[in-house]
Design a protein around this ligand. Structure first.
Ligand SMILES: Cc1cc2nc3c(=O)[nH]c(=O)nc-3n(C[C@H](O)[C@H](O)[C@H](O)COP(=O)(O)O)c2cc1C
Length: 201
């Protein structure tokens, strides 16, 4: 089949995010001006540069008590800081709880029963049991096409890695066990790994 998005896909469910898949999940923690901790998953997320290390996530749509955007975007625009926590397979249910559309004064860490840990380089809380976390300073918010689409870019200023996922100085992906987002309501995690050397290596 072929479709032009402007004309509609004609399928029971939008296939777009089942095509761009699997996606990593950035579990974004941020803090409001009043000191309220916030946590939510964003799968329009990725790393975009090595030196200095930079990441991005995209906020799409609005929520009733926050327009434009969502709590994460609003907090990050105000504070200039955020932390990207990695969701392990073991934390999948807690991640799902934090995706609910809660009022801005709800602490999703508490709602999902997650242990908190302080960040080192930013005034923000991170998920203590995440296998890794990237502390970030906001560099840019880019307004995208459409009603409420925003690209948030940040520079990584601190990196946490759970020592338990390190083997011989490298991250063991099976121990790291990141949850990935597929299309629709589907998720996956990595159970098999293979390596390839590039032609110039
Ligand atoms: C796995 C997963 C991935 C998600 N990815 C995104 C995303 O990339 N962008 C987005 O705007 N919302 C995404 N959402 C929805 C947000 O998590 C949800 O709107 C949340 O309530 C936003 O919280 P906040 O207002 O505290 O930022 C995702 C939800 C789930 C479960």
């Amino acid at each position: 089949m072929f479709y032009r998005p402007a004309d509609g896909h004609g399928l029971p469910h939008n296939p777009f995010n089942a095509i761009v898949t699997p996606r990593p999940i950035g579990w974004i923690s941020s803090r409001s001006a009043s000191g309220q901790d916030n946590l939510a998953p964003y799968s329009f997320f990725n790393a975009v540069a090595y030196v200095p290390p930079q990441v991005m996530f995209a906020s799409t749509g609005t929520k009733p008590d926050r327009d434009p955007g969502k709590d994460s975007l609003g907090n990050i625009e105000a504070s200039g800081e955020f932390c990207v926590n990695i969701v392990s397979y073991a934390l999948r249910e807690a991640m799902n709880v934090t995706s609910g559309t809660y009022p801005a004064d709800v602490d999703e860490f508490a709602r999902a029963g997650l242990r908190k840990a302080p960040c080192e380089t930013i005034a923000c809380t991170r998920v203590a049991d995440a296998p890794a976390a990237l502390e970030c300073k906001l560099t840019q918010v880019v307004r995208l096409e459409g009603a409420a689409n925003y690209l948030v870019l940040g520079e990584v200023t601190g990196v946490h890695i759970d020592n338990a996922v390190l083997r011989d100085g490298m991250i063991d992906v099976l121990a790291f066990n990141p949850l990935t987002r597929l299309g629709y309501k589907d998720y996956s995690h990595i159970t098999e790994v293979f390596s390839m050397s590039r032609p110039d290596e």
